[in-house]
Design a protein around this ligand. Structure first.
Ligand code: 1CP
Length: 340
């Protein structure tokens, strides 16, 4: 590996430059990704190692980022657990028969990654051969995956998911147990195949209050993150709108806490202390502004941490409308900035 700046920063070392990568750096903002997607569905791309590796590499070549993120989707392991699903264009994951009872939850089969998602592991192995920056493996966290399984499709309020959580705790806990076991197996297999770090996406956990998160979600996340500890790779934990949950989320055993753009990093640092590395948190919408604005706002984000114990990223994924040249120039701004 040419450059382990990203890994050193994730481990809390003081580096002279701040590493940068972007959530959804592979995706619709890149014309070369859209060209692949004209010929293949997203699930085909995920299931074909040559294609998944190619779209993982696209942003690394074009943007000069310090880490690659595996191209896959959080719902891919669910298919291997027996869930019939599709990723509908312009919508997102759609589940054929949503899970709303104990009997439904019993349909979820245990995941043996080598048998259920061999193509993911082949993609990881192929990438590790080709990449000169670390590869971030990932999975969806139990709550976020449950929200798709229970709602059946993307949802704003996650109302049925929360209703199930509060009205039928045994079914909820069965769901959390099965999902956390599968996610842990999937992440461990990605690391064995060569992923140098892992990110757990609890994108929608911010829809919960702290009491519900602590009682009904945090134990499952803790099982996953503590179950990875012996592998020695940085564990990144991320959610959107999680300002009120940061202490609880960081307390599940995370090395790097992803912060969305609503919480200034200086405040996240004051709340979480020095033991956790912060990742974030430029508002992805700002990347649509003139570049001078992007540059000034990125420098503001960097000044929030002084560049210490900080991995630069957006506060959520790259928006499809983003000009890739803006992202490439943003990488340069971060790299030129000197740690204070
Ligand atoms: O057809 C397309 O190209 C649609 C967009 C898309 C992409 C690029 C989907 C559908 N999935 C993916 C790939 C993907 N998904 C990646 C790899 C790309 C990269 O990061 O470079 C990753 C990390 C994910 C993870 C993912 N999928 C998350 C967690 C990250 C996040 O953004 O919070 C979530 C919530 C999903 C579900 C999903 N898949 C696709 C969409 C549009 C959605 C969100 C639907 C919703 O709003 O609920």
């Amino acid at each position: 590996m040419r450059d382990d700046l990203f890994l050193r920063a994730c481990k809390g070392a003081v580096t002279d430059r701040v590493p940068v990568w972007f959530m959804r750096q592979a995706g619709r903002s890149l014309p070369e990704y859209r060209a692949v997607r004209e010929r293949h569905t997203i699930l085909q791309v995920c299931r074909t190692p040559e294609l998944a590796a190619e779209v993982t590499l696209q942003p690394v070549r074009r943007l000069g980022v310090d880490a690659a993120i595996l191209f896959s989707d959080i719902v891919v392991p669910l298919q291997a657990m027996g869930v019939e699903l599709d990723i509908a264009p312009g919508v997102g994951p759609v589940i054929a028969s949503p899970i709303r009872s104990a009997r439904d939850a019993d349909r979820l089969r245990p995941l043996v990654p080598e048998e259920g998602v061999p193509f993911v592991l082949e993609t990881v192995s192929a990438l590790v051969e080709q990449l000169d920056v670390p590869l971030v493996g990932f999975a969806g966290a139990p709550f976020t995956l449950a929200s798709y399984l229970v709602e059946g499709r993307p949802s704003r309020d996650h109302a049925r998911t929360k209703a199930l959580m509060l009205s039928d705790p045994p079914t909820w806990h069965k769901l959390m147990d099965r999902l956390s076991e599968a996610i842990l197996a999937c992440l461990r297999a990605q690391v064995r195949a060569g992923a140098a770090a892992v990110q757990l996406f609890d994108s929608w956990a911010g829809s919960l209050g702290p009491r519900e998160y602590a009682a009904h979600v945090a134990p499952a996340v803790t099982r996953i993150l503590s179950g990875l500890e012996d592998m020695g790779v940085p564990r990144i934990h991320f959610g959107v709108g999680t300002g009120e949950l940061l202490e609880l989320m960081a307390g599940t055993g995370t090395d790097v806490m992803g912060i969305d753009w609503r919480v200034p990093l200086s405040r996240a640092r004051a709340r979480l202390g020095d033991d956790v590395v912060l990742q974030g948190n430029l508002d992805p919408a700002l990347c649509l502004a003139p570049f001078e604005v992007v540059r000034d706002k990125a420098q503001e984000v960097l000044a929030e941490t002084g560049g210490r114990r900080h991995v630069f990223n957006l506060g959520h994924g790259v928006l499809p409308e983003t000009d890739p040249d803006t992202l490439a120039r943003l990488v340069d701004v971060v790299h030129e900035w000197r740690v204070r």
